[in-house]
Design a protein around this ligand. Structure first.
Ligand code: SF4
Ligand code: SF4
Length: 323
């Protein structure tokens, strides 16, 4: 489904821009990514996710609303944020934190971020129209052209904001920008299908083949996910991603069951990626004033990852470690 830009193509500034006033909530825009599709890419990290994976390395993206991050090490306890908050959501607290935010009261207005001269507070989540977001990614168009790259929409779960994402992807398509999406696949088929025609590549997460284990560690059943992966692979090129988490899904039994499932997807399965668990997201839980439950889990050993990769390859599936 790779599209080639015609030599005589001249973007029509009036064709797609200003077509929609709907806004989407974006956690952040990451430029020059090399891991989420071919070439140099801009990664759009959407807010909101229906899963609660215990190992999640981007908890900022779970909440579908704007939220405050608190960087404790920068806070001097000046109290400016307490006085400014219209919700009275911030209170003083004892060490090690200087202040604490009652998250149920916070409306994400960002006033406390503005007054904090120590940059101890940040706001996760900014609203964009599809056109505003497109203008942002368009700045890197020269890099996409030279590297064969493009845009990848991830999260969070992009299909939670399917209408907005669809409009944004239509803009990318009209400008012949390669578009990929990463999804947890826990969504209605209608929402997912509405985006597939605008995508050149779909990354789909496969967390566990056993329904009960999947529910215990993510909060949802895997049934709909497996069904959506099967259906999407009939229409689009798909890369399966398995986060390999010790104590959860790193057994030979589970990975071989995953490989058997993947094999049945046919020629649209480009490859299977095994993503070793890492604890790099722990500080993000601190910034959200949340606890992290997997502190004791260590990343899987290199040798074990190599064995799993060899086993997947024995099914005739292209497999790599990492994205
Ligand atoms: S304004 Fe900033 S530095 Fe002052 S108490 Fe609030 S978070 Fe801490
Ligand atoms: S974002 Fe607004 S409501 Fe939330 S803590 Fe800051 S000032 Fe208060």
């Amino acid at each position: 489904m790779k599209r080639v830009r015609p030599l005589d193509y001249i973007p029509d500034p009036t064709s797609m821009l200003a077509m929609n006033v709907q806004k989407g909530l974006v956690h952040k825009i990451e430029r020059f990514s090399l891991h989420d599709g071919p070439g140099i890419r801009t990664l759009i990290v959407m807010k909101g996710c229906p899963l609660r994976c215990h190992w999640c390395s981007s908890p900022y993206t779970q909440n579908p609303n704007p939220e405050i991050l608190y960087i404790r090490s920068r806070c001097k306890g000046c109290g400016q944020c307490l006085e400014t908050c219209p919700q009275k959501a911030i209170t003083r607290s004892g060490a090690p934190s200087q202040v604490q935010t009652k998250r149920v009261l916070c409306i994400g207005c960002g006033d406390c971020v503005e007054v904090c001269v120590n940059q101890a507070r940040e706001l996760s989540g900014r609203y964009y129209t599809p056109e505003e977001l497109f203008r942002e990614i368009e700045k890197d168009e020269a890099f996409y052209r030279r590297s064969g790259g493009g845009v990848t929409v991830g999260g969070g779960e992009p299909t939670l904001q399917a209408e907005f994402v669809g409009d944004f992807l239509s803009l990318c398509r009209s400008h012949f920008i390669h578009a990929a999406m990463e999804t947890c696949a826990f969504t209605s088929w209608e929402k997912l299908a509405s985006l597939l025609d605008s995508l050149d590549l779909v990354y789909m997460d496969l967390k566990h083949m056993d329904e009960e284990r999947h529910s215990e560690w993510t909060g949802v059943s895997n049934r709909r996910i497996l069904e959506n992966i099967r259906k999407a692979a009939r229409r689009n090129q798909v890369v399966l991603r398995i986060p390999v988490v010790p104590g959860f899904n790193n057994t030979v039994e589970n990975i071989s069951a995953s490989a058997r499932f993947a094999k049945k997807l046919g020629n649209n399965l480009l490859r299977l990626e095994l993503l070793p668990y890492h604890p790099f997201g722990i500080h993000k839980y601190e910034e959200l004033e949340r606890s992290y439950t997997l502190d004791a889990v260590q990343p899987p050993a290199d040798e074990h990852m190599a064995n799993l990769r060899a086993m997947v390859r024995s099914f005739g599936i292209d497999c790599q470690i990492g994205g």
